[in-house]
Design a protein around this ligand. Structure first.
Ligand SMILES: C[S@@+](CC[C@H](N)C(=O)[O-])C[C@H]1O[C@@H](n2cnc3c(N)ncnc32)[C@H](O)[C@@H]1O
Length: 217
């Protein structure tokens, strides 16, 4: 079953470095893939978010690659990992242990394929960690998960409680409506990036992306 999904992922994606972290090669659906223009019923995956490298995730991975000390020797959980780039960046920068987590089983298979392509080791999990204490982790990565208002409420409340427990929370986001002005009062900007032009279609019009850290109290 996992092998079948992995074969389907390889069949319908191409290796790409046309993004903010060209050091990381990723299997993605790009404009050169037949699925790019396919109708929903022709796509053999349900909501393949993992087949795109979202601008928030790109900012998170870029920041980690440029500031390895933020993950070195730490236990990292990449929640909503999608293609797994954030987890892969953390593994490249010598994190003690990295878990790529997504509730979509295809995403963690894609993340594992991508980790192998980049010669790094990651663990994967399909648990829903939202609300959990995350005792086995020091740092939580969130790449582009503030796209839905209702989910953003639950997510942010959980992240606040983890930060109060001493965890480091890194949030990559291109300016989604769920990361409201009020929420931005609780986070500090660490970096802003211009997205490469060729990825702008996939980025749905976003030309920049940012990386934030949740403030601690
Ligand atoms: C917009 S994509 C971002 C993917 C990746 N972080 C990136 O930036 O490229 C959001 C991802 O979150 C996942 N997701 C949604 N709810 C989740 C949850 N409760 N726990 C873990 N993953 C979740 C989705 O399956 C999807 O892969």
């Amino acid at each position: 079953m996992i092998k079948d999904i992995a074969s389907l992922i390889i069949k319908h994606t191409v290796s790409s470095r046309h993004h903010l972290t060209p050091e990381i090669v990723l299997r993605l659906i790009t404009s050169s893939c037949p699925l790019w223009t396919a109708t929903e019923d022709q796509v053999p995956f349900k909501d393949p978010f993992w087949a795109f490298y979202w601008p928030g995730g790109q900012a998170a991975a870029r920041y980690i690659l440029d500031n390895g000390n933020i993950v070195a020797n730490r236990r990292i959980l990449d929640v909503g990992c999608g293609c797994g780039a954030g987890a892969i960046a953390a593994a490249m920068m010598k994190a003690e242990r990295v878990t790529a987590n997504d509730t979509d089983a295809c995403a963690v298979i894609a993340a594992k394929i991508n980790a192998d392509l980049n010669n790094v080791t990651i663990e994967t999990s399909i648990n829903n960690f939202i609300g959990a204490k995350c005792e086995n982790f020091d740092t939580i990565l969130i790449g582009d998960m503030f796209y839905d208002e209702e989910f953003a409420n639950t997510l942010f409340e959980w992240l606040i409680s983890l930060a109060a427990d001493g965890k480091t929370i890194l949030i990559g986001d291109p300016g989604r409506h769920g990361l409201t002005k009020k929420r931005r009062e609780n986070i500090s900007l660490l970096a802003k990036y211009k997205l490469p032009k060729e990825t702008c279609i996939e980025n749905r019009g976003f030309t920049e992306s940012t990386l934030w850290i949740l403030n601690k109290w």
